[in-house]
Design a binder for this molecule. Structure first.
Ligand SMILES: Nc1ncnc2c1ncn2[C@@H]1O[C@H](COP(=O)(O)OP(=O)(O)OP(=O)(O)O)[C@@H](O)[C@H]1O
Ligand SMILES: [Mg+2]
Length: 448
């Protein structure tokens, strides 16, 4: 299908000339002789690109751009400018106009600019493979993940225990919530607990509850999370971090479907669906004697594995745009798209922290951006900091990179050095040395 172009100029001769040139190259062209006329025609013409004169009587090119932008933020616009108005045209590109051509221009310049602008409008140069599928708040166009989501949807209705595995930041909790929301337990609580974040002795009473006097400091009865989640879903996050002694007790609760709070004489019936999640390789942990095999089989009646972001790069433009809209709302900023080369950088980057890292990165881009379109320059400066300036020496660039990299990791890991070290594929001791050398204090990245 030929691309449709709407051209706007109050100079009838130039308009005719442009129309002939573009039509000769296979484009479907419609014309308007004023900004007002262009706006009136745009609904019917449904252009993929608008080329407009900057200076016109009545509504000028910039006012036309802003009006068009309201309705269709992704529609690329090229400005035509006379010699004296180049500064205005440059200012216009800062506001999100795709580009400008200074009169007189030749066919080659015109066609090159048109091609680029059209490519920017059609999914930012990155091919959209497959259709977007959504389950709960999870979006994807990756076939492997779509299959996982389809299975999740299928099992959501039942009560089977589900184990979700996947690297850090791949959406394990989001998927657990989506399953809960589509289940028949949706009206009842979804209770999440991170088994790795709570000391062993507290975890037990947290899960099962205790009665007054069960241990020093237990001044009154306290219901456990199994009780709190009654009728709903209990999400056991980072199940691989659960101490082995507690694994035994958890298994018993799941088998007997009864829970006995610490210090209590009587057991209470349990009515929860358990969804657990882990970034660990549980079968490996079983072989190493760190995870109980019988518990594993209880938990992973259904096993859902989330692929890493790097193995589904086609999702990067989709998710980046999704987070861009979210963050623009959060910050009340007029940022609405990425420049095609900015997206290209994102697609090519490495994402050890997966979607969470992408989300943080886009948040920082939106916070930094002063234009509606996020440019490649902004992405680069965020990636490499000052070191992207060519004046920097190699040594300095490497130091800057190392520092920025460590800071990024700590942000993703919210100051958790063990997790950050894991992302960097370093052991903790090495990682601490790196932090020391770069004078970075991990405590400053802790959440809250
Ligand atoms: N497919 C997706 N579509 C939209 N947002 C997503 C998707 N996957 C993840 N997210 C978002 O990415 C962030 C990280 O997801 P989530 O917390 O579920 O990951 P996780 O696997 O539990 O990570 P961690 O191991 O670090 O706890 C969340 O803000 C979530 O909303
Ligand atoms: Mg999580």
């Amino acid at each position: 299908m030929p691309s449709r172009i709407l051209i706007v100029d109050d100079d009838a001769d130039l308009l005719k000339l442009l129309q002939i040139r573009l039509a000769a190259n296979g484009y479907e062209v419609s014309c308007a002789t004023s900004g007002e006329e262009a706006l009136a025609r745009v609904a019917a013409a449904r252009p993929d690109l608008v080329i407009t004169d900057l200076r016109m009587d009545g509504m000028d090119g910039m006012a036309l751009f802003e009006a068009l932008h309201q309705g269709r933020p992704g529609l690329p616009v090229i400005m035509l400018t006379a010699h004296g108005s180049i500064p205005d045209a440059v200012a216009a590109t800062r506001k999100g106009v795709f580009g400008y051509l200074t009169k007189p221009f030749d066919s080659k310049q015109l066609l090159a600019e048109v091609e680029q602008a059209l490519a920017s409008g059609s999914g930012a140069g990155v091919e959209a493979v497959g259709n977007v599928q959504q389950f709960g708040d999870m979006l994807t166009r990756n076939p492997a993940l779509q299959e996982v989501l389809a299975r999740a949807q299928l099992v959501a209705g039942g009560d089977a225990s589900v184990l979700i595995s996947g690297e850090s930041g791949t959406g394990k909790e989001l998927l657990a919530r989506a399953i809960h929301r589509t289940s028949k337990r949706a009206e009842r609580p979804f209770v999440a607990i991170n088994c790795g974040a709570i000391p062993e002795n507290l975890l037990e009473s947290e899960l099962f509850g205790h009665v007054r006097g069960a241990f020093t400091g237990a001044s009154r009865d306290k219901a456990g999370l199994f009780e709190a989640a009654s009728g709903g879903t209990l999400f056991l996050d980072e199940i691989g971090d659960m101490p082995i002694s507690l694994q035994v007790k958890l298994l018993r609760v799941l088998q007997e479907r009864m829970v006995r709070p610490l210090g209590a004489l009587k057991s209470l019936p349990v009515d929860v669906r358990v969804i657990s999640a882990t970034h660990c390789d549980l079968p490996l942990m079983i072989r190493q004697g760190e995870f109980r095999e019988d518990l594993y089989y209880r938990l992973h009646v259904v096993n859902l594995r989330l692929p890493s972001l790097e193995s589904r790069r086609e999702d990067i433009p989709l998710l980046a745009q999704h987070f861009l809209q979210q963050m623009a709302r959060k910050y009340g900023k007029q940022v609405n798209q990425f420049a095609p080369d900015a997206i290209e950088i994102l697609v090519g980057m490495s994402w050890p922290g997966n979607i969470r890292q992408l989300e943080n990165f886009v948040e920082q881009l939106v916070a930094l951006s002063t234009t509606p379109v996020i440019s490649a320059v902004i992405v680069q400066s965020l990636l490499f900091g000052e070191s992207s300036l060519p004046a920097t020496s190699f040594e300095e660039a490497r130091r800057n990179f190392e520092r920025d990299y460590l800071v990024q990791l700590l942000k993703i890991a919210a100051g958790n050095v063990t997790q950050a070290a894991r992302l960097a594929k370093r052991n903790r001791t090495d990682f601490y040395k790196l932090l020391e050398r770069n004078q970075i204090d991990p405590a400053q990245f802790k959440a809250g």
